[in-house]
Design a protein around this ligand. Structure first.
Ligand code: ADP
Ligand code: TRP
Length: 327
C-alpha cells in the first residue's frame, strides 16, 4: 500500500505524538511504501518566527530519524520542498465549495481563537492537505481523530476531480490507531496531552531523566490505591497504564497484574524507570544526529528528490487534464 502522512514542525514532540502517530509510521514503513513529511506549509497558517520555523523543521526531521524512521525504508521530506503541493492545492481550491471549507471544525476553532487576524490560508488548509495526500496517490493515511474531517474532504476532492476531469486519483482511507489515539494530560487527565499546554502536563521525547521522574511523580492520579484500568472512574491511573502498556509492549491487563498489590507509588516509579530507559536511546541518537549536519542535509535532499519525482509525474497528468498548455 502507498501511505502518506504529515506532522507540523511547531512545538515540541511529546509521548502523545509518539504513541498516537510517529510509532505507527515506524511500523508502517516496514511493510508499505511510505511518504512522511514535516508540514511547514501548514504551520505558517498561524504566525511563525522565520528563524524559529527553520530550526523547528530541522529539529523535527532529526527527531523522526532518531525515533526510527529510516530513509532506506521510507521517503522523509519537508513539505515546502515540493512545489507541486501548493500548485495542486490551488487547483483543488477551484473545485471545492466554500460551504464545505466553512464547515471544518479546526478552521472554526482556529478562526475563533485568532479573531480578526484569521487568514485565508487557514481557510484553504484542507485543500493543501488534500494535495499532500493525492499528489502521491496514497491509499492509506495514518492520522489522529482530529484529522478525520479533513480526510473526508480529501476523499470528496478526489471523487470530484475524477468525475470532472477523468479517473486520476485513488480514494485514500484513514488509518486511526486503536490504542494510544488519545494520551491524556498528566496534570488534567480529562484533556488530551497537547503541545500548547504547560510543560508539566506532558512528557517530551527529549526530556531529561530527572524531568521525566518529576513529572510522573507529580502526575494527577485518582482516589484509591489499586492500580486498575477504568478510564471513566480513574482517568489518571488508566492513562498511565496505557502509557506503560504501549512502551513496555505488553497488554494493559498484564500491567495491572504486575502491579496488582503494589500501589500507586511503586507503579509510578516503575513507569518513570521504563520511560527513562525507553527514551534514553532516542536522546542519544538525537544528540549524535544533531552534530552530523552534512548527513542530515543529505537525508533532506534525498527525500525531496524522491517525493518530487512522484509529485512531478502526477502534476504532469493533472495539468493536461485540467487544460493547461504544455511546453
Ligand atoms: P498537539 O495537539 O500536541 O499540538 P498535533 O496536533 O501537532 O499535536 O498532532 C500531531 C500528531 O500527533 C497527530 O497525528 C495527532 O493525532 C497526534 N497526537 C497529538 N496529541 C496526541 C495525544 N495526546 N494522543 C495521541 N496522539 C496525539
Ligand atoms: N494537518 C495535519 C496535522 O495538523 C498535518 C498534515 C498536513 C497531514 N498534511 C497532511 C497529515 C497530510 C496527513 C496527511 O496534524
Amino acid at each position: 500500500m502507498r501511505i502518506v502522512s504529515g506532522i507540523q514542525p511547531t512545538g515540541k514532540y511529546h509521548i502523545g505524538n509518539y504513541l498516537g502517530a510517529i510509532r505507527h509510521w515506524i511500523k508502517l514503513q516496514e511493510e508499505h511504501e511510505c511518504f512522511f513529511f514535516v508540514a511547514d506549509l501548514h504551520a505558517i497558517t498561524l504566525p511563525q518566527d522565520p528563524e524559529e520555523l527553520k530550526k523547528a523543521t530541522l529539529q523535527k526531521i532529526i527527531e523522526l530519524v532518531a525515533l526510527g524512521l529510516s530513509t532506506e525504508r521510507c521517503c522523509l521530506f519537508v513539505q515546502s520542498h515540493i512545489q507541486e503541493a501548493p500548485e495542486l492545492a490551488w487547483i483543488f481550491s477551484t473545485i471545492t465549495p466554500i460551504g464545505e471549507l466553512e464547515r471544518m471544525t479546526q478552521y472554526k476553532d482556529k478562526k475563533n481563537k485568532t479573531k480578526d487576524s484569521a487568514n485565508a490560508g487557514l481557510f484553504l488548509y484542507p485543500t493543501l492537505m488534500a494535495a499532500d495526500i493525492l499528489l502521491y496517490k496514497a491509499e492509506g493515511v495514518p492520522v489522529g481523530q482530529d484529522q478525520l474531517q479533513h480526510l473526508e474532504l480529501t476523499r470528496e476532492t478526489a471523487r470530484r476531480f475524477n468525475k470532472r476531469f477523468g479517473e486520476t486519483f485513488l480514494i485514500p482511507k484513514a488509518m486511526v490507531p486503536e490504542l494510544g489515539a488519545k494520551i491524556l494530560s498528566l496534570t488534567d487527565p480529562k484533556r488530551k496531552m497537547s503541545k500548547s499546554d504547560p510543560l508539566d502536563s506532558q512528557i517530551l521525547l527529549l526530556d531529561e531523566p530527572d524531568a521525566i521522574r518529576k513529572k510522573i511523580f507529580r502526575a494527577v492520579t485518582d482516589r484509591g490505591t489499586v492500580v486498575s484500568y477504568d478510564p471513566a472512574k480513574k482517568p489518571g491511573i488508566s492513562n498511565l497504564l496505557t502509557v506503560y502498556s504501549l512502551f513496555a509492549e505488553i497488554s494493559v491487563k498484564e500491567v495491572e497484574r504486575k502491579f496488582a498489590k503494589k500501589g500507586y507509588a511503586v507503579f509510578k516509579k516503575a513507569l518513570a524507570d521504563l520511560l527513562v530507559r525507553k527514551l534514553e536511546p532516542f536522546r542519544r541518537k538525537y544528540a549524535e544526529l544533531a552534530s552530523r549536519d552534512v548527513y542530515v542535509q543529505e537525508i533532506i535532499k534525498q527525500g525531496a528528490k524522491r517525493a518530487s519525482s512522484v509529485a512531478q509525474d502526477t502534476m504532469e497528468e493533472v495539468r493536461g487534464k485540467v487544460g493547461f498548455l504544455q511546453v
